[in-house]
Design a protein around this ligand. Structure first.
Ligand SMILES: O=P(O)(O)O[C@H]1O[C@H](CO)[C@@H](O)[C@H]1O
Ligand SMILES: O=c1cc[nH]c(=O)[nH]1
Length: 241
């Protein structure tokens, strides 16, 4: 029998090629609640996983925890066990005034403001999703906000407001902490990737309050979370995705 991967504690016997990646382990069960035939697989450190089906398609759902280092561990170990397509279903803070709470921001490319990615490839290497998955997202969710996002490492940095203001001026739509490394590793490891982000913080509003709304299941952001999960399930269960 194949050896289990050290962190995710899964091996290739799961026989699944497509995965939904979430940051928060609690979101794994929210995805599971929208699937059929759900089986728990593993829960080691921040990596909680289940397997289930959606419209007949077998899918893995796994949490990555917060930030690029743990998301990279998940990506590398998923690559080792044969995962070829990954959609991140995450939360983010908006960096444009017109984007409401619960809106979905879908990254067409990401500013690589994480530290780890530059240890893999030069910082001028692009972080981009798979064009086919992106096109499918546009087809199924035309009301989404499609554009550049920014991934960062420091949730509580003293200069966050100034830094976000600068990137906002350049047209960046929103920020999270994992999309850049997922895109870069997707390209390096030949995995298809997409990132769908539910907006939990209005631009220039209190960051912690926004994330607390998501944790407490407050209405608008919870609806956005469900919409993000639904979109990922729809794309992954389509033929050829
Ligand atoms: O809700 P998730 O998917 O964890 O995403 C966002 O939320 C966390 C910060 O609160 C970071 O992981 C960020 O990327
Ligand atoms: O503003 C935000 C909200 C959630 N996650 C982030 O990384 N930033």
């Amino acid at each position: 029998m194949a050896e289990k991967q050290a962190h995710i504690q899964l091996d290739s016997s799961i026989q699944v090629q497509k995965a939904i990646l979430v940051g928060d382990p609690a979101r794994v069960d929210k995805v599971g609640a929208m699937m059929d035939h759900v089986q728990p697989l593993a829960y080691n450190r921040e990596f909680k996983s289940i397997k289930g089906s959606y419209r007949g398609e077998e899918l893995l759902v796994i949490s990555t925890g917060i930030g690029a280092p743990s998301a990279a561990i998940a990506m590398e170990e998923l690559h080792h066990i044969g995962i070829t397509t990954v959609i991140r279903v995450g939360s983010c803070g908006s960096m444009q005034k017109n984007i409401p709470l619960g809106a979905l921001i879908i990254a067409t490319g990401t500013v690589r403001d994480d530290g780890l990615g530059s240890k893999y490839v030069p910082s001028i290497y692009p972080a981009i999703p798979d064009p086919d998955l992106l096109q499918r997202a546009k087809k199924h969710y035309p009301e989404g906000y499609f554009g550049i996002t920014r991934a960062h490492d420091g949730f509580y940095m003293d200069n966050n407001e100034a830094v976000e203001q600068e990137w906002s001026q350049y047209g960046v739509l929103g920020g999270d902490m994992e999309t850049s490394i997922i895109f870069v590793l997707g390209t390096l490891r030949k995995m298809k990737t997409l990132s769908i982000l539910n907006n939990v913080v209005l631009y220039r509003a209190d960051l912690s309050a926004g994330v607390n709304h998501l944790v407490s299941g407050e209405n608008t952001v919870s609806k956005g979370e469900r919409a993000s999960i639904q979109l990922a399930l729809t794309i992954l269960s389509e033929q050829e995705a």
